[in-house]
Design a protein around this ligand. Structure first.
Ligand SMILES: N[C@@H](CCC(=O)N[C@@H](CS)C(=O)NCC(=O)O)C(=O)O
Length: 210
């Protein structure tokens, strides 16, 4: 299998954290999104979605969603599990992956891509060009602020996003907080003490300190 990616971008970044935590080595090719290499014809011939990351399997089939790529890799490499080990844990991790993706990643992408001049005419990733809708930038930032408040309340109740264990839901949240800071100039406030404490805990767990 071969991974096409661009580590600094938000969706590739959450996949990279998963791969590094599990200590995997994959054949990988970086495409520079700053040079729009994801739109090069040789790449769209393989991945018509024109998005990164994409994992091309040995039978030529493709996975273009991070959530599917991590499920595939965890099935192949179950050591250091990040997607839960019981039916309940697996469902909780998936529940939070979707929730973080919808309420935070999408809000942040809306804020960034509908507000930044570099994305004029390119408000959505992919092969089709869509115009920006400036009101979505404003709504995206408002959703981010509301979601952070709700997360702070959730993290008052437990050590990690889904409970006592560090999982891929925590990785998603680490990735999106980084994304929100640079792309939407939004970050947890000093009042979000539970998010701030979690951020340190999750970062330690990711880097093996706990
Ligand atoms: N749902 C996809 C999202 C992939 C995606 O949107 N990736 C962005 C980078 S973070 C991309 O490829 N953008 C290409 C572009 O902006 O043209 C996933 O889970 O990976």
């Amino acid at each position: 299998m071969k991974l096409y990616t661009f580590d600094p971008a938000p969706n590739p970044a959450r996949l990279k954290m998963f791969i590094d935590y599990k200590g995997l080595t994959l054949e990988t090719q970086q495409l520079d999104m700053a040079k729009a290499e994801q739109l090069d014809p040789w790449y769209t011939a393989i991945v018509p979605e024109a998005t990164l990351p994409a994992l091309v399997l040995d039978d030529g089939s493709r996975l273009t969603e991070v959530i599917a790529i991590v499920h595939y890799l965890e099935s192949l490499y179950p050591e250091r599990p990040l997607l839960g080990t019981t039916p309940q844990e697996r469902a909780q991790v998936l529940n939070w992956n979707h929730r973080i993706f919808n309420s935070l990643f999408m809000a942040c992408a809306e804020a960034f891509r509908n507000g930044h001049p570099a994305y004029s005419g390119r408000a959505l990733p992919g092969p089709i060009n869509y115009e920006q809708i400036p009101a979505l930038a404003e709504r995206g930032r408002a959703r981010l602020v509301d979601s952070m408040q709700s997360l702070n309340e959730t993290l008052a109740q437990r050590a990690f996003v889904t409970g006592d264990t560090f999982t891929f839901a925590d990785i998603d949240l680490l990735a999106v907080l980084t994304f929100a800071k640079w792309a939407a100039k939004t970050e947890p406030s000093a009042d979000h003490t539970h998010i701030l404490a979690w951020q340190q805990r999750a970062s330690d767990a990711l880097h093996g300190a706990s």
